[in-house]
Design a protein around this ligand. Structure first.
Ligand code: SAM
Ligand code: DTB
Ligand code: SF4
Length: 322
């Protein structure tokens, strides 16, 4: 029997993270197979629809105007380019198309253009996700009316460590955006980044924040920091692989019905590590050789990996991806 909880205490989360590795993975995997088919993985493809020149100062990001990175700023992509990318993603087997924009928040005018993109991608029979920064209640409702399936907005880290990484928007701003997305009836996609120099306590606090939201996010991306030259975090020591896998397992235990997404950082992970992440409860990933501005494993590699593991890509139940 799976019970959903929204009252996790920090000590409980820390105790889970510190369980012997095999005990933790066994516990997470049992929950995983009670709720999901453990041999299926949901795949989404990303597209950066507006790149760079972002006014925010996120210390990890290639797209902040404050960071001196090699990412070239681009204007909002024309609709036909977005449609062509979505068609290409659909032909490789992706069922969800996620569009990201380097904005603090969208203006109403730019939101109208994104809404056209959402409607066009839906017409292709794909699920839609966008990540556009902060939203007002009214903007969230407009996205819902447009038929948006998921909104991605990450808490990124613990409330305590947050200020070390981002100063231009608060943790509360992020919680407010998540609330407006939830109130509008859009599925919530929210997770974080590991390996930014945070402590284990910070990682526990991130999961506690996510799991203690009034309703668990439907999708929880766990990103391993992609260190980008020219950002304040470029030389951060990488997180131990087992600590990363532990976070996947604890996310699975705390949010049993969420899709836990093995997100950025897969190019640095070997196949065995990814297989352990799937065993620990990750059942979603980004598919296609580009994330937003950085590389992801290519489709051939991922198809081979899934085939070696006897896993399949999840199909849409309602046949929207006909
Ligand atoms: N501008 C919007 C925002 O920040 O909400 C949307 C795009 S932003 C690039 C989406 C998410 O990508 C961030 O919240 C962060 O969690 C993740 N991300 C960005 N750069 C990353 C990096 N170098 N390594 C890992 N994850 C990263
Ligand atoms: C998320 O949590 N990870 C994705 C998606 N949501 C938008 C983005 C990862 C970005 C990695 C760095 C880059 O490619 O710029
Ligand atoms: Fe801008 Fe998003 Fe990058 Fe932060 S993470 S700098 S808000 S694009």
């Amino acid at each position: 029997m799976i019970t959903l909880r929204n009252n996790w205490k920090l000590e409980e989360v820390q105790a889970l993270l510190e369980r012997p590795f095999n005990d933790l993975l066994y516990q997470a995997h049992q929950i995983h197979r009670e709720v999901f088919n453990p041999n299926e993985i949901q795949v989404s493809t990303l597209l950066s629809i507006k790149t760079g020149a972002c006014p925010e100062d996120c210390g990890y990001c290639s797209q902040s105007a404050r960071n001196n990175t090699s990412t070239e700023p681009e204007r909002l992509l024309p609709l036909d380019e977005v449609i062509n990318s979505a068609k290409a993603a659909r032909s490789t087997g992706a069922t969800r198309f996620c569009m990201g924009a380097a904005w603090r928040n969208p203006t109403d005018k730019s939101l109208d253009r994104v809404i056209e993109m959402i409607q066009a991608v839906r017409k292709l029979g794909m699920e839609t996700c966008v990540t556009l920064g902060m939203l007002t209640e009214k903007q969230s409702q407009a996205l819902k009316v447009a038929g948006l399936d998921y909104y991605n907005h990450n808490l990124d880290t613990s409330p305590e460590f947050y200020g070390e990484v981002i100063t231009t928007r608060t943790y509360q701003d992020r919680l407010d955006t998540l609330e407006s997305v939830r109130n509008a009836g859009i599925n919530v996609c929210s997770g974080g980044i590991l390996g930014m120099g945070e402590t284990e306590r910070d990682r526990a606090r991130l999961l506690q924040q996510l799991a203690n939201l009034p309703q668990h996010p439907e999708s929880v991306p766990i990103n391993d920091l992609v260190p980008i030259e020219g950002t304040p975090l470029q030389n951060t020591e990488s997180l131990d692989s087992f600590d990363f896998i532990r976070m996947i397992a604890v996310a699975r235990i705390m949010m049993p019905h969420a899709y836990v997404r093995l997100s950025a950082g897969r190019t640095e992970m070997n196949d065995e590590m990814q297989a352990l992440c799937f065993f620990a409860g990750a059942n979603s990933m980004f598919y296609g050789e580009r994330l937003l501005t950085t590389d992801n494993p290519n489709e051939n590699h991922d198809q081979q990996l899934l085939s070696r593991l006897g896993m399949q890509m999840e199909q849409l139940a309602n046949n929207r991806c006909a």
